[in-house]
Design a protein around this ligand. Structure first.
Ligand SMILES: [Zn+2]
Length: 339
């Protein structure tokens, strides 16, 4: 704004944000992907709202809802989702680190569900303790038992003013489902539930005498809560994907370097997400997970795990380039040759 001769918030008016956005588009120095412009404009609007509430900026500087839709660059759903997924190789490194250093801890279980099975935050939260079916029940309807997680959409649980525990899936065919577990993962979850391990004990499952607000018992609990809150899952996702965590050495991204230069130490674990450029949200982890699973099996099967229709998986979640695509085909051919 200074470059354009605006020196005081009081000079702003209803067209300022739109002008600013076109200036960004015309300039060589800035990110111009619609998603970046959107985020930038949203931040500016928050500042303007704050300023106008204190009479530092005229009320007209804050776009009305209608104007706002005109100003915001449109972003397709796929652009929104394609933004920086977790690289699958890095995800596998984190899985190995947790299995070695924090086996059967809450972090380990959250990570397995996020990255190895690509579950949404809403799905992970909704898992009840008895939805983890780890040993064969007396009456099992299937012909062969596999340890699994039962995902159930429970939107009606919470009554009129509570959204319940919905799985946020628009496609009912893929909402309720049974997700089979690898045996080693089933074992880790069992340990988490029943014993914990010396290194994982501090964050192992805490039993509560009380049930949650839906009168149910969650699989994942925290020290304070009988069911893990979404913000804990998001915070752990950022924490675990920071290289400082799983490489156990200072991360060399610009954000971490700058923080260290200024403060003489690494950001506290719970704040790493705010500084480190390599951390990833649960959604970005889920996205990396889908690509990894698609390396191993076809979209119809992956859909039954992650809970997204095969077409969406192919269009939106699959990051494989043509070489990766070729390797998948070659792997399948090798398997046939060996048979
Ligand atoms: Zn970093």
């Amino acid at each position: 704004m200074e470059v354009n001769g605006v020196t005081s918030l009081a000079e702003l008016d209803s067209s300022s944000l739109a002008q600013h956005d076109s200036w960004i588009v015309g300039s060589d120095e800035y990110h111009k992907k619609p998603i970046s412009r959107r985020e930038h404009l949203k931040r500016l609007r928050r500042v303007l709202k704050y300023a106008s509430a204190r009479d530092w900026a005229p009320e007209s500087a804050v776009p009305t809802d209608d104007d706002w839709q005109q100003v915001l660059p449109s972003v397709s759903r796929s652009e929104e989702i394609r933004d920086d997924p977790l690289e699958t190789e890095r995800g596998e490194q984190i899985t190995r680190w947790l299995a070695a250093e924090k086996p059967c801890s809450r972090d380990h279980v959250i990570w397995l569900l996020l990255f190895e099975y690509g579950l949404r935050v809403s799905a992970i939260r909704a898992i009840d303790l008895n939805d983890a079916v780890l040993s064969e029940p007396e009456e099992f309807p299937g012909s062969e038992f596999h340890p699994h997680i039962r995902l159930r959409d429970r939107p009606g649980l919470g009554g009129e003013y509570d959204a319940g525990l919905p799985l946020k899936n628009t496609n009912p065919e893929y909402a309720d489902r049974l997700v089979p577990l690898y045996l080693r993962h089933a074992e880790a979850i069992r340990e988490y539930i029943f014993t914990g391990t010396p290194s994982g004990a501090e964050s192992s499952r805490k039993e509560f005498d009380v049930t949650d607000s839906h009168d149910r018992v969650g699989l994942l609990t925290t020290e304070q809560s009988p069911r893990v809150p979404g913000r804990t899952i998001r915070e752990r996702s950022h924490h675990l994907t920071c290289p400082t965590t799983y490489r156990e050495e200072p991360c060399d991204c610009d954000g971490c370097e700058a923080y260290r230069a200024e403060n003489g130490r690494d950001p506290y674990p719970s704040k790493r997400g705010a500084h480190c450029e390599r951390t990833r949200s649960p959604h970005q982890v889920r996205h990396g997970s889908a690509t990894k699973l698609l390396d191993q099996m076809g979209p119809e099967r992956v859909a039954r795990i992650v809970g997204t229709a095969p077409d969406t998986l192919r269009e939106v979640y699959d990051r494989a380039d043509e070489y990766r695509q070729m390797e998948r085909v070659a792997d399948a051919m090798t398997n046939r040759e060996e048979e």
